[in-house]
Write a protein that binds this ligand. Structure first.
Ligand code: PEP
Ligand code: MG
Length: 595
């Protein structure tokens, strides 16, 4: 038996960050800072030399990032590049530079040590932040620090060692810029010890369609250079030194994945029309601008929900009007899409914000969040509305107000919007003349007063994520009660139907943008209610469209009629699951979770 064949087969479970299956040789990516040396300066003359070294390393780092950005824009277009812009901003941030210089001067340490001190200072600040997501954004500062350290060590960071085409990178963590470099070098896939699905690195991998698994914890400890590995980014598995049987199985899985992907994309651009010609519009939900290309390729008609609060990531201060505008102008008027729904920020609840404006609350989900926060902080709200209106001159824009619980809120929001319009008119700034106003229906009271609300807006968008949590009294982020979080609860279905019916009686469009809209097992039920738009995670679009295109409105209505008056969630669930399996056996095979 050769040494190679004697290698032990094992599987490590992580989090699937970017779907797809790829096989290749492992290449461990050594984090750069392990090579840095740290020492005290003994002579004041060394200070000038260290400051010079630091400034050169900063310049080199900036140059490299700009180069990566330029090369990358040739490969993937401009959308995912803003993450590199964030790194450039940190790199050229006055505080980052002056703190490091000060450390050299006052603490008499070499440039490497000074950079490390600056990064550690930021770590202390981030560690005090309660929100997991926001705390995770410290990694951006860390990446920049590591790049500078590598340049101080005289290493060429642009290349993560020369990468062979098709290798699988195994790393503790990767910066989005490293990930971008890997796209250029055509690595096959990657796996990291830390990170979650929402890390920037995972987002970049998804938008560039490189299979990736994150959160392995011990990958760099267990995997060796040149081990043969399979990355299963769909299931979050890394198979190390697969035995012949596994190789065959995974090769089949890989082919199946590619075929399904190709098939689903083939039909992705066909309209979502049932066989008896009921047309439902399909939207893509986005949190980041770099997801826009995926919305287009997966066949959306428009952007159905842009969660603008994500602009606040890594911000100590609220964004300026120009920062807002720089995002919105890219969301509106996208080639291939016909409209964009920009939701005003939904801060508070489980959403992050690093500024001091959002106080800690006992029960943040029911606290000063979303529209309540906006109306309280009218100045901030106006800045955002002004930027949205300016962008509306560039393409069909819908403005959506979150968490509306009463008519006063929507009236106040509209009053503020009118004031902003008047200001723009006075300043002779153009804005779209066909901007639609929508209210999110995600609080039970909004369902009960839907008729009054419908008279105030052009459209509704049902936010089932929150609506379910408030109707069933289930905290949506508490995993101890997830078993009760049931979209098919009769109370939920009847409320949704009530909203759609009233909306239509009042002559307005009714959309749904909660996660329920993107789950294909609910598509027929939602069609039966005659929703006008379903907006979802872009990856979910092809499957939902397939269900729409292969059913009739008539049968959807019949299914809805059968379940809506059943008395329990479990009865409805078993009826719906059975019907969907029977109707679409390929989409809903037995023992599948449909993901
Ligand atoms: C919802 O509540 O369903 C929704 C779409 O908004 P979010 O998930 O951002 O709260
Ligand atoms: Mg919501």
């Amino acid at each position: 038996m050769s040494a190679d064949t004697a290698k032990k087969t094992f599987v490590i479970k992580g989090i699937g960050a970017s779907p797809g299956i790829v096989k290749g040789k492992a290449q461990l990516f050594d984090r750069m800072d392990t090579h840095a040396s740290f020492y005290k300066l003994t002579d004041p003359s060394q200070v000038t030399r260290e400051v010079k070294r630091l400034r050169k390393a900063l310049r080199d780092s900036e140059k490299q990032l700009v180069e990566v950005k330029t090369k990358l824009s040739d490969v993937v277009g401009p959308e995912p590049l803003y993450i590199i812009d964030v790194h450039l901003m940190i790199l050229t941030d006055k505080k980052f530079v002056t703190h490091s210089v000060q450390h050299i001067r006052s603490k008499m340490v070499n440039a490497e040590w000074a950079v490390r001190m600056t990064v550690d200072k930021y770590r202390e600040i981030f560690d005090r932040v309660d929100d997991d997501y926001l705390r995770g954004r410290f990694s951006d500062i860390q990446y920049v620090g590591q790049r500078v350290l590598t340049n101080l060590a005289g290493k060429n960071v642009g290349e993560v060692a020369p990468l062979e085409e098709g290798v699988i990178i195994i790393a503790q963590d990767l910066s989005p810029a490293d990930t971008a470099q890997m796209v250029i070098d055509r690595v096959g896939g990657f796996a990291t010890d830390i990170g979650g699905r929402t890390s920037h690195t995972a987002i970049v991998a998804r938008s560039m369609e490189i299979p990736a698994v994150v959160g392995l914890e011990s990958g760099t400890r267990l995997i060796r250079n040149d081990d043969e590995v399979i990355i299963d980014g769909s299931s979050g598995l890394v198979i190390v030194n697969p035995d012949p049987e596994m190789l065959v199985r995974y090769e089949e899985k890989r082919k199946h994945y590619l075929k399904t992907k190709a098939d689903s994309l083939k039909q992705a651009n066909l309209p979502a029309v049932t066989q008896d010609r009921y047309r439902v519009e399909i939207g893509g939900n986005i949190e980041f601008i770099e997801e826009i290309p995926s919305v287009v390729t997966h066949g959306a008609d428009g952007i159905g929900l842009y969660r603008t609060e994500f602009i606040y990531i890594n911000k100590e201060n609220p964004p300026t009007e120009e920062e807002h505008f720089s995002h919105y102008r890219r969301v509106v008027g996208v080639k291939g899409l016909t409209w964009s729904t920009i939701r005003t920020f939904d801060l508070g609840g489980d959403k992050f914000f690093s500024g001091s404006k959002v106080a800690k609350e006992m029960n943040p989900q029911m606290g000063l969040r979303a529209i309540r926060f906006c109306l309280r902080e009218e100045k901030l709200f106006k800045i955002q509305l002004k930027a949205i209106l300016r962008a509306s001159a560039l393409g069909k824009t819908r403005i959506l107000f979150p968490m509306i619980s009463g008519v006063e809120e929507i009236r106040q929001a509209k009053r503020v919007l009118e004031e902003v319009k008047a200001e723009l008119t006075a300043e002779e700034v153009v804005y779209g003349d066909d901007v639609e106003i929508g209210g999110m229906i995600e609080v039970p009271s909004a369902v009960i007063i839907a008729r009054e609300l419908a008279r105030e807006v052009d459209f509704f968008s049902i936010g089932t994520n929150d609506l379910i949590q408030y109707v069933l009294a289930i905290d949506r982020i508490n995993d101890r009660v997830t078993y009760l979080y049931e979209p098919l609860h009769p109370a939920v279905l009847r409320l949704i139907k009530q909203v759609v019916d009233i909306g239509h009686e009042e002559g307005i469009r009714v959309a749904m943008c909660g996660e329920m809209a993107g789950d294909p097992s609910y598509t027929m039920i939602l069609l039966g209610m005659e929703l006008d738009e379903l907006s979802m995670n872009p990856l979910a679009i092809p499957k939902v469209k397939r269900i729409v295109r292969n059913s009739t409105l008539k049968e959807c209505k019949a299914l809805l009629k059968k379940v809506i008056n059943l008395s329990s969630a479990s009865e409805i669930r078993s009826f719906v699951e059975k019907s969907m399996r029977k109707r679409f056996p390929e989409e809903f095979p037995l023992n599948s979770d449909n993901n």
